[in-house]
Ligand binder design. Structure first.
Ligand SMILES: NC(=O)c1ccc[n+]([C@@H]2O[C@H](COP(=O)([O-])OP(=O)(O)OC[C@H]3O[C@@H](n4cnc5c(N)ncnc54)[C@H](O)[C@@H]3O)[C@@H](O)[C@H]2O)c1
Length: 257
């Protein structure tokens, strides 16, 4: 059984400098991010409502809609960590059609606010979270201004899931305005694909009309975080967004958002 607990002989600051909290680390994207961070040498603590099959990261069952739980999660958990240096916030209902709109909005926006606010409280200045390409107009019943879409297209959320992502980006802008030392990077992920799904790609392209929601790069390989290896102390300041982790050929598979 691997020992996930902190080494108490290590100076506290040294432990924090390589400990990252991942929310939603049990999910599709989260499992890949946790694996990539561990491979990079980080100590990862996974805060999720459900456990992960990957036991390398310590799992702490957490409901992010409860601010008290988020405060404790990021400040310190007995014998697990005494503070984190960075947060990767991925926990969410990952699309427009998994739950009633009000449940998606409540869960996602409140969770993200709690994570941003607790990060401010504990001065955790390195924060990456999952936004979504859907805020650019998915499902594109109205034609976009131009294709392929890029960061210059103003957000035009058409579904409640995307509206919440748009509001999260606005929250991030304001948190960074309040504190210029705060770094927040929102990744407008596309349709996240596990390598085990790559074999199905040809069937997405053949004999089917293009699926809705394919106005830009529409596939985010879950292996993508490996490509840009994880470095928190970059020079990037303020809230930034990126429309896709990795531009890939249009590939309209079964989608989450
Ligand atoms: N999957 C995609 O194609 C896609 C595309 C764009 C953006 N995103 C975003 O990426 C992120 C990860 O998506 P995913 O595909 O891995 O989703 P997923 O459903 O596989 O994983 C999400 C995880 O978050 C957890 N979670 C949800 N609400 C929670 C809460 N209140 N408290 C604690 N844990 C909670 C769930 O238990 C789950 O393990 C989400 O923010 C999603 O909106 C996903």
């Amino acid at each position: 059984m691997p020992d996930h607990t902190s080494d108490s002989s290590e100076p506290e600051e040294a432990q924090m400098a390589r400990t990252v909290a991942v929310t939603g680390g049990s999910g599709k994207l989260g499992r890949a991010v946790v694996a990539a961070l561990i491979e990079e040498g980080w100590t990862v603590v996974n805060f999720d409502r459900v456990p992960s099959p990957d036991s390398r990261a310590r799992f702490i069952r957490t409901d992010l809609t409860d601010y008290g739980q988020v405060v404790e999660a990021l400040s310190g958990i007995d014998e697990v960590h005494r503070g984190v240096n960075a947060v990767v916030h991925l926990a969410a209902i990952p699309g427009a059609t998994f739950a009633p709109n009000v449940a998606t909005f409540d869960n996602n926006l409140v969770s993200t606010f709690h994570v941003f606010q607790a990060a401010k409280l504990f001065k955790i200045h390195n924060l990456v979270w999952a936004s979504s390409e859907t805020l650019l107009g998915y499902p594109f019943n109205n034609p976009p201004a131009y294709v392929p879409l890029d960061e210059n297209v103003p957000p035009t959320p058409e579904v409640v899931y995307a509206l919440a992502k748009d509001l999260e980006e606005e929250m991030a802008r304001q948190y960074c305005r309040w504190n210029p030392d705060q770094k927040m990077i929102g990744l407008r992920c596309s349709n996240v694909m596990d390598p085990s799904e790559y074999a199905d790609f040809p069937s997405f392209e053949k004999g089917r009309p293009p699926a809705r929601g394919t106005c830009g790069p529409t596939s985010t390989p879950v292996t993508a975080p490996k490509r840009s290896s994880v470095r928190w102390n970059t020079t990037s300041l303020g809230s930034t967004t990126s429309s896709s982790l990795t531009p890939t050929p249009s590939c309209a598979g079964p989608r989450r958002n």
